[in-house]
Design a protein around this ligand. Sequence first.
Ligand SMILES: [Ca+2]
Length: 113
Amino acid sequence: MVLDALLNSPARIAIAEFLQLELFSFPFEFDLWVFVHFFIGMLIMFILISYNSEKKLGINRYWLLLILLSAYEIFEWIFFLTDSVFFIQESLFNSFILDIGIGMLGGLVWDKS
Ligand SMILES: [Ca+2]
């Protein structure tokens, strides 16, 4: 299957391994994915502001960002629970506190800069 070939390609595995480079592991695991989550938070905030989402949807942009980041983490867990090779098991703390928190921080930094 094309998807399997893509997911198991040497380039994807190299990128995934690179991003898992552990910067420190105490008090929690902290790898390069932190920067991905941070920039994704900034990017989503940029899009929410650019499309005037608060006015159009009537929801505060920070709630929208939280909903989108949480939806992604739930999606990732569903993939993990179905034994997909694409996502690596994370602790609940890493997934729902750290990843979402870092994404929210990225959004805040974009919003305030
Ligand atoms: Ca995650």
